[in-house]
Design a binder for this molecule. Structure first.
Ligand code: AMP
Ligand code: MG
Length: 270
């Protein structure tokens, strides 16, 4: 694996999802165990960086996760958040919009939950649903959803220009890997709750969803809010590749503990 830019979708370049591997071979020459060791080293750095990020309390980080059903969003969230200080990490899940959500513009529910200073917020699904499921299911007319790519770029630019760092990850799985994961949800009783009829309906529309993803990734990977397409058939590589990008960004931010408010060196507390 080269570095945190390996899976970056270059802003402005057309994305061809079918040409992007869903597996690790092309990127990770080592074994799975070696990848796990590398991941744990990165996670140690991440945990330290998050502690400083929370203490510094002057930057905001938004991590967006999108994937087909069973693409691994939940597992990714567990892998990123494990060992962090939960006061500085939020997870926001975007489900079917409520009546109140639908009575407003589609970004209303999103803007309310973007990160505050010192916070890392992970979006489990996001405003991209408004150009993905909404497009494939025809939930709003095309002349409306077509406007949204520009809205979204402008919204993310607003966030970026007001101090929010944005990283967006598309977890790229193959249709066969999705089949296997949905099958295991049917086979294993403790996973039954995760399988809903909509998963199978959406699987039947696989090509329409891939086309919708392709356009969203092409039009909305920007300098200020880049998309990364992460090969996600193997969870150990997915976790490693995402952690690499997050750590790279946090190391560039280089958050610092605030200076003490008075001269504490040599202080004796009595
Ligand atoms: P899950 O993430 O598996 O709990 O499912 C959440 C469901 O909410 C998925 O079926 C999404 O397609 C759906 N959803 C998310 N955002 C939207 C949206 N903007 N409009 C309609 N449905 C949505
Ligand atoms: Mg689901």
């Amino acid at each position: 694996m080269a570095d945190g830019r390996t899976h970056l979708l270059t802003p402005g370049a057309p994305v061809d999802l079918a040409a992007i591997p869903t597996t690790a071979e092309a990127y990770w020459p080592g074994t799975r165990d070696e990848a796990r060791t590398a991941f744990r080293d990165l996670r140690k750095r991440f945990i330290n960086l998050q502690r400083r990020f929370y203490a510094a309390d002057d930057q905001k980080l938004l991590i967006v996760l999108q994937a087909m059903d069973a693409g691994g969003k939940d597992g990714t969230i567990r892998s990123i958040t494990r060992g962090t200080n939960p006061q500085g990490v939020e997870v926001e899940s975007f489900k079917v919009p409520s009546k109140a959500d639908l009575a407003h513009d589609y970004l209303w529910r999103v803007h309310k939950v973007v990160p505050a200073e010192g916070q890392i917020t992970i979006f489990n699904r996001s405003h991209y649903g408004d150009v993905l499921v909404v497009r494939v299911e025809n939930l709003v007319p095309e002349d409306q959803w077509r406007l949204r790519y520009d809205h979204i770029n402008d919204f993310e630019r607003l966030l970026s220009e007001t101090g929010t760092h944005i990283l967006k990850f598309y977890l790229h799985i193959s249709k066969e890997e999705q089949r296997a994961r949905l099958q295991s949800r049917a086979d294993e009783p403790h996973k039954h709750w995760k399988l809903v009829p909509a998963d199978l309906e959406k699987r039947a529309q696989w090509d329409d969803y891939q086309a919708a993803y392709q356009e969203a990734l092409t039009r909305c990977s920007t300098e200020w809010a880049p998309w990364y397409a992460i090969p996600a058939d193997q969870k150990w590589y997915r976790n490693l590749a995402i952690m690499q990008v997050v750590v790279d960004r946090l190391e560039a931010i280089n958050p610092q503990y605030p200076a003490p408010e008075f001269d504490v060196f040599g202080l004796k507390v009595i």
